[in-house]
Ligand binder design. Sequence first.
Ligand code: HEC
Length: 140
Amino acid sequence: MVGVVVVIAIISVSCGETGNKAKEATKNAAEKVEKKAEAVKEKAEAAVKAVLGNADHGKEIYDNKCMACHMTGVTGAPKMDEKERWAKIASQGLDVVYSHALKGFTGKQGNMPPKGGFSDLSDSDVKDAVTYMLKTSGAK
Ligand code: HEC
């Protein structure tokens, strides 16, 4: 959008009976707008990267730590393809699900150890993994 405005400005100035000064001013203005657009683009790219990065991060944690139980359902862990069970889990609300994953909990099917037994994980590592699991299972 900004680019279009700039191009129109340049065309109208270069077609009109205007002096070099006006052309120069337009060029400077165009360069300024371009710089601004570049900065906005960079910001947008960083924001997208942050979001996608978190999703990738959650998958990485899941693949390395949580999959051991949640892939096969060993010891009663909800498997990733148990969509209904995950829907029920999600229905407790994110706060409860996060807290169960972080602090551990014993349900009807078995025991989920705090952070899956990996105390070296940060809280946000575990939350990213939970988000990934909810998404992958189709619950969220
Ligand atoms: C040692 C096996 C094991 C590992 C490793 C493990 N879990 Fe679990 N997890 C369980 C079991 C068992 C349950 C189900 C308990 C029940 O419902 O009775 C469970 C349940 C859950 C739930 C559902 C909680 C709820 O409210 O019902 C979440 C979310 C979860 N795990 C996240 C994780 C994350 C994230 C990791 C990796 C950081 C992980 N788990 C690693 C065994 C494990």
